[in-house]
Every structure is written in C-alpha cells, then in structure tokens.
Write a protein that binds this ligand. Sequence first.
Ligand SMILES: *[C@@H]1O[C@H](CO)[C@@H](O)[C@H](O)[C@H]1NC(C)=O
Ligand SMILES: *[C@@H]1O[C@H](CO)[C@@H](O)[C@H](O)[C@H]1NC(C)=O
Ligand SMILES: *[C@@H]1O[C@H](CO)[C@@H](O)[C@H](O)[C@H]1NC(C)=O
Ligand SMILES: *[C@@H]1O[C@H](CO)[C@@H](O)[C@H](O)[C@H]1NC(C)=O
Ligand SMILES: *[C@@H]1O[C@H](CO)[C@@H](O)[C@H](O)[C@H]1NC(C)=O
Length: 393
Amino acid sequence: MHFKSLSLLALSIFQPVHSFAIQSRSSSSTLRTQCQKHLICPKDTLFVSPTDHRATHKTIQSAISSLPNDTSSHTILILEGSYNEQLNVTRPGPITILGQSDSPSDPSKNKVTVSFAAANQDSTGTIDNVWFSVLVVAPTLDASLIGSGTTGFAVPDDTPFGNTDFRVYNVDFVNDFAPYTDGPAAAMMISRANGGFYYCGFYSYQDTIYVGKLGNAYFYKSIIAGETDFLYGFGTAWIQSSEIRLRGCGGGITAWKGTNTTFENKYGVYIVDSNVAAANSSVAPSIKGKCALGRPWNALHRSIFANTYEDGSILPAGYIQWEDRYTEGSTLMAEYEAFGPGFNRTARVDGGYDTLLSKKGYQTYSTPEVVFQDQEGKLGYVDWIDWETVGGK
Ligand SMILES: *[C@@H]1O[C@H](CO)[C@@H](O)[C@H](O)[C@H]1NC(C)=O
Ligand SMILES: *[C@@H]1O[C@H](CO)[C@@H](O)[C@H](O)[C@H]1NC(C)=O
Ligand SMILES: *[C@@H]1O[C@H](CO)[C@@H](O)[C@H](O)[C@H]1NC(C)=O
Ligand SMILES: *[C@@H]1O[C@H](CO)[C@@H](O)[C@H](O)[C@H]1NC(C)=O
Ligand SMILES: *[C@@H]1O[C@H](CO)[C@@H](O)[C@H](O)[C@H]1NC(C)=O
C-alpha cells in the first residue's frame, strides 16, 4: 500500500512543467537533475522520444538540426530509450544535451543509448572517412577529417571554429560495428570545437574517441571502453575521474599525433584520477600484462596517466614504440604517480619509452587551465567546462 501511494506521488512529479525560465545558462546542477529525473526542465527545452507524447522531436538529430545556426544557447532532453542514429553538430552556439536518468551521477545507470554500427574499412588508410562515428562535433566536413600520415588532413585555414560549448550528460554512445577491432569505429569525434562530457559512456573496440585538430574535450566521471588505439587524435583531451575499460589489447590505449605550432602547445591526452582496468573478469586473464598505455602516432604524441590506478592488464613496460616514431625529447609518453598492479617501475625504466614525471615535470600539465588553449594558443581556455559539476577550479 505504501508503494502504491508512492508511485502515485511519483507520477504527479513526472508531469513536465515548462513554466519557468532560468536566467543564465550556468544553471545549477539541481536544475539539471530536476530535468533529467523529473522532466521539469528549463523553458524551451526540446524533448526527444520516438513515442512519448510530450516529445517535440522523434530523433536527436532532428532536434539538433532544428536549432538556429547562431550563438544562442539551447537544451535538449533525450527521454529514456535506445536511439539508432548518427549525430552531427556544426552550430557555434552552446548546446546542452541531457539524458533522462534516475541516477544522474552514475554513468553505469544511464538510460539513454545512441548507437550506430559503422567502421572505416579502407585498408589503404587514405580515405578520410568520418561517417562511421556515432557523434561528430565539427563545423564542417573538412574540419572533421582525420587524414593519413603523420600530419593528417590539412584543414583549410579559413575554416571557422565550431561549437564553443557543447555539453552532454548521462548519454551512452555505442559503435557496435563489431565486437572486436575491425577498423576505426569511433563513438565520438570532436574537432575545432569544445565539448564537455559528464557521466557519459563511450563504447567501441577500435578508435573509440577522436579529438581532432583544435578540438578540446573534457570528460568527467565517464566510461570509455575500447581495445585498440581508443583515445586518438591531435587536440587536447582531459579525462577526469573516469573509467578506462580494456575490452582487449591492440596498439595502445592512447595514440596521439601532435602538431607543430608557432606557439608552445599542450595538445595531448591527460588521464587523471582515473581507473584503467579490464572491462570484466572474463576478459581479464587473457590480457594480463599485455595492454600498452600508448604508442606514438607521430613523434609529437603527448599523453600522461596521472594519479591513476592501473590493473594487472597493463604491459610491464607501459608504453611502446610504433615503427620508429618515438623521438627522444619530442615524444612524451608519460605517467605521474600512477599506481596499482599494472605499474612496474623497473620494467617502465627498462622499456625505455615511458617517462616517469617528477612533481616539477608534471606541474606544467597538472590542471585543465594549464593545458587547454584557444586557437591562438592562449592558455586558460576552460570557461566551457561545467565547473559546478566537477567541483570548482
Ligand atoms: C552557419 O553559419 C556560418 C556563418 O554564417 C556559415 O559559414 C555556415 O555555412 C552555416 N552553416 C550551415 C550548416 O548552414
Ligand atoms: C555535418 O553537417 C555539415 C553541414 O550540414 C555537413 O557539411 C557535413 O558533411 C556533415 N558531416 C557529417 C560527418 O555528416
Ligand atoms: C567481457 O568483455 C568482453 C570484451 O568487451 C566481452 O566480449 C564479453 O562479452 C564480456 N563478458 C561479460 C560476461 O560481460
Ligand atoms: C615538427 O617539427 C620538427 C622539427 O622541425 C620536425 O622534425 C617534425 O617533422 C615536425 N612534425 C610535424 C608533425 O609537423
Ligand atoms: C617488474 O618488472 C621487472 C623487470 O621486467 C621484473 O623482473 C619483475 O618481476 C616485475 N615485477 C612484478 C611485480 O611483476
């Protein structure tokens, strides 16, 4: 009986109320979770569901495409469910995408999944195919291209910057092309744009996340699953308090290409206060001691695992060579205060590719403020990060 009255109460809370406007976009996380849990959302929020009568759009892409190509801010709530579609975000103005959730601070309980099955199967490596990714955030098709070789696709200089403030909460992106490494099958690609991903999931096997040229991506309490080179790109990625799940080993966890710029750049991938571990106990025995932390896609690769737990899946030597690209003094494949059964200091030193940073050496990479840069190289470019959610600067 108690249950009955409770569920009636819950039903009445679930009525959407569109009657209040919030003043600034940096709404408190309370307002955000009200929307995600109880569907009480900021005025003008678009609702997506293929079936719910309250929905304004049946697909996520139709909601994104309905937004004006300008700098205004918009919020989209995706109602619980599985969506089989590809998303393409080009507009410059802020977009917040919320996944309906009863547990907005637990990505393992996400109820919204966007999936697509596609991979780049071009064996010559010359086709700059990006249509395999579930989500693409980039101003133009050219800006989103990867390109082969050590310098990648030459994005035209006059390409505008794309989305300046793209945020996603509690959405899982799944590229389920194959349950093993079988060509690039990204779950997410972001280039010439800023994106924050909170309590999200990214699931694929090869090349799960691509952060392209002038891409800035911040991940918080998210799950990133892959097997081969699954954090790759040219831009800057900061992965905070997240889970890196190893579904197998191939290449390395990280495979970055750097770029020479007229200013000193901090392009690279920073995995901080996180957990790197076998995806589950069935796969764990077969990958014990085998997974490399990374390999240099070009000589300017930069990656750091900092204050991060590494389980026994990690190769004792840590990082590995790729052809002959590792270049002393240019390549930075590093760890700072990494720990756990996967961290073997002796083997790291013997291996010869892993840099074990000192406190002083790490300082210059130790916060988002000192690594994220705008297009001109100005540091401190972090106003697109949801500081309230991640706990202040
Ligand atoms: C959006 O507006 C910009 C600037 O006016 C323009 O360059 C771009 O082509 C537009 N994009 C689309 C998809 O219409
Ligand atoms: C995304 O949309 C833009 C503008 O419509 C288009 O030029 C581009 O080809 C699309 N990119 C992808 C990867 O579909
Ligand atoms: C464990 O992970 C592997 C690799 O992703 C997968 O193939 C397998 O189905 C998973 N097993 C269980 C029991 O979840
Ligand atoms: C960066 O500059 C160095 C030194 O001039 C050069 O050897 C290297 O090929 C350049 N790398 C890229 C990716 O442009
Ligand atoms: C660490 O690596 C060294 C050198 O490869 C090896 O001799 C040693 O057994 C390893 N230690 C552990 C605990 O695996």
